[in-house]
Design a protein. Structure first.
Lengths: 114, 115
């Protein structure tokens, strides 16, 4: 999976609790992304980062925040988890962020919010 | 705004037969197009992409895709399907005009290859 790890791989939590998902890359790529995958919706972009401390919102960013203090780590936080955030979360990386770039994906984190 | 459609939720094909997974797109400029495959409980794996040039793009695992600008399509094809090709396939598009833009994915098509 292209030098990308995600942790945890599975998590069950309760409504209202904060949750942080971690994406770690060993490729030294500049761009990192968080997506969620839901049946019937494909993948939807939550947030992305174009460098350390540089982040921007994606299509479905409400209820999520991100941080990137090091090139290799990109954290996704659900500040107060809701059942609608039950999903599979994927991290992706790309080298330069130019439009011809290919994104490579991590193995995913399955999150269940009860 | 850019968008991509995969009109079939599922495609069924017998092993050894040719397969096609359909994708159509909508962008304001010339598109950059991508195909990914997802095996059960795995992340997405890159198969191929079209940026410019030859309309027939060859990718991993014997897959190829044909870019058709007049029909705004980018269908994924393989001459002879394998059972191991059974997976979820995603088409994605990026509009390169107007600065940096993110990838937009289709909803996915499940390919089932029967022995």
């Amino acid at each position: 999976d292209a030098g990308i790890t995600q942790s945890p791989r599975h998590k069950v939590t309760e409504t209202g609790t904060p949750v942080t998902l971690r994406c770690h890359q060993t490729e030294n790529h500049r761009y990192m992304y968080w997506y969620r995958q839901d049946p019937g919706h494909g993948l939807r972009l939550i947030h992305y980062s174009y460098g350390v401390k540089d982040t921007d919102k994606g299509e479905v960013s409400d209820g999520y925040s991100v941080s990137r203090s090091k090139t290799e780590d990109f954290l996704l936080t659900l500040e107060s988890a809701t059942s609608s955030q039950t999903s599979v979360y994927f991290c992706a990386i790309s080298q330069r962020g130019v439009t011809t770039d290919t994104q490579y994906f991590g193995p995913g984190t399955r999150l269940t919010v009860l | 705004a850019q968008s991509v459609a995969q009109p079939e939720d599922q495609v069924n094909v017998a092993e050894g037969n040719p397969l096609t997974v359909k994708c159509t797109y909508s962008v304001s400029g010339n598109p950059y197009l991508f195909w990914y495959v997802q095996y059960p409980n795995r992340g997405l794996q890159f198969l191929l992409k079209y940026i410019t040039g030859d309309n027939l793009v060859k990718g991993s695992y014997g897959f190829e895709a044909e870019f058709n600008k007049s029909q705004t399509s980018f269908h994924l094809k393989k001459p002879s399907a394998l059972v191991s090709d059974s997976a979820l396939y995603f088409c994605a598009v990026r509009d390169p005009t107007g600065g940096y833009s993110t990838l937009t994915f289709g909803k996915g098509t499940m390919l089932l290859v029967s022995p």
